[in-house]
Design a protein around this ligand. Sequence first.
Ligand code: PEP
Ligand code: MG
Length: 752
Amino acid sequence: MTSEPALRVIMRRLREIMSEPGDGQQRLDKIVKQIAGVMVAEVCSIYLKRQDGSLELFATEGLNRDAVHAVRMKRGEGLVGRCAELNITVNEPEASNHPAFSYRPETGEEIYHSLLAVPIQRSGQVLGVLVVQNRTQKEYSDEDVEVLQATAMVVAEHLVSGAVAGSGASIEIEKSLSAVIQGEKMADGIALGHVVLHEPRIVVTHLMAEDPAAELVRLEAAIVTLRASLDEMFEHEHLSGAGEHRDVLEAYRMFAHDKGWERRLREAVEGGLTAEAAVERVQNSTRARMLRQNDAYWRERQRDLDDLSDRLLRILAGRITSADAPSALPPDTILVARTMGPAELLDYDRRRLRGLIVEDGSGQSHVAVVAKALGIAAVGQARGVVERVTAGDAAIVDATTGEVHLRPSSDVIAAYSDKVRFLARRQRQYKALRDVPAVTADGVRVNLHINAGLLVDLPHLKESGADGVGLFRTELLFMLSNTLPKVERQADSYSAVLARADGKPVVFRTLDIGGDKVLHYLRQPKEENPAMGWRAVRMGLDRPALLRTQVRALLRAAGGQELRLMIPMISTAAEMDPVRELIEKEHQILLAKGREPPKTIRVGAMVEVPCLLFELDALMKKVDFISVGSNDLMQFMFAADRTNARVGSRYDPLSPAPLRALKSLVKASEKYKVPVTLCGEMAGRPIEALVLIALGFRSLSMAPASIGPVKTMILSLDANRASKLVEDLLKKGTTGMRERISAFASAEGIEI
Ligand code: PEP
Ligand code: MG
């Protein structure tokens, strides 16, 4: 057979098939028949990628017809999976000898020896695999490979055009095309880069071991870790009780301790395979045996084995808990995840992170807060994004609109590059305002502070020209640490923060752990409603050692300077008493030890639990300042979970009820001469900041990037006229306040 005629024949036949009547499936059936005929192969099959990354047998000539749409290979499984995952041609004279071979008895393929598989791809995206098989053991010629590759290209074109496979097939054709997903902004900014999937599946690429003895050591160490990790996992207090789940877990654990499994793994490594290849090999051969036992029990055992094997592969790759090694990240990483917690995001090398796309998550979640602190553009509620991308895809995160562009065309990339340049210019304009005081057109001075949580945020203080740090979220230091930081380490960190603030005030908020902010080294019970659970000062008062250590470190760090301490999640005025007692006690200890105390200690409460609004007289007498945590206050006032985007953005803070509450706070603050700040996200949105100033707030704390836009708004604002408008709207209890205020801003030429 020479390539030219064979190729020409196939192309002609493909054209004819396309012009003949028939649905997508019928055309695919004809295509495999033709290819098998021309290539003199006993088998020709087409596997197409499903949404979950598995490969489904869509058409075959030669294998059992019943296997069509019934056989699915997991992502990366078997030779066909390898071909798709690694985007390589596989040419094997004796396929069953290959360590990655996955035996599927339902196809009846055991009589075929040689196998040639090529990826069906378009624009670098693999849509499926085209395979031929023969009974004889033979290596396919270069001409055969060329013919099959060229045929696969044509098949790919027809797949993308929808001419084959049928509309019901939810194959991954989409993955080769540009797409836009509309999500919601989590952290402002625009990022262009390349996709890294959070916790991607491990694909075994290195098959033969150079040093089998060393490989055996690696394997054994991984098995020990696997067993220990399962023991730990299953001893979790919520799993340790009796019940049906216990039997299932025990069976799973028994599998991990199975001597036969371990022996087979060891033998495979002794035979020259890498530990990873051995895991895959044993997984495949055990699966083949299990599938012959056609009952539910064995199918379940097979699932356990698959799970265990995947886990063992992750351990071998050093990825059992955390994500990709930072060095493996591209320098313009766009991280894509189904869900992500703040600590997980912190596992990544921030210097390489540009953007974050998550399927859940909202602007008020703590991962959004961390993303903002890291300066990463982040979009949440990007439905289905994980299924629609492949690692390495180009992507654009536009958090200004909430849009995510996957595999954008060059026009879109050019437009966004312009937009990024424009934003950079805007940033330069904001920078020019750095030393301009935030005074309204009618002479009202507003103090603007930044929210921070890491030492690296401190340079923003100078760059933005802010008046100080209105909220330093101390828990981020704890989240970065692998163990509970001791008093000295904490004191060093806080001193460094104060030193970098260079005399500007810093409000340290004591630990706000709980909710979605989890410290893995602290035992925190799983709660049904963590946001309203054992968090922040509640934990601090119940476990005073934790709070005491932190207060001690803060007192030491602020020797000779002013210390501002802010207590989160205060729910009753009386809760301030034990807190103040604890601080005073630590102060006395510090004095007794002859250390230099802070020049002044000011203790404030965060107002974020609505109950406090009805106890303001009592509260004001117990505090030196208050700060409104509007993120939590709004979630509790509206009973709308800030992390649940379905409800999180359902209610508008610019509505009469919450604004009246905020006004009562300003009034109480004036009456008792207790300064009030607002440090939730709303302070950083110009239109909301406008309303806050109208209500009488003279101090706001926000993400550093918001200082420029908010200051620009303030410079063109007439605070007195805005107050009158808001007063009037509140009196009338008007709905649609946001629109009214927006109209006011545009009529007055205020930039919002
Ligand atoms: C808030 O609740 O508004 C706040 C500033 O605190 P955090 O977002 O850290 O809960
Ligand atoms: Mg809060």
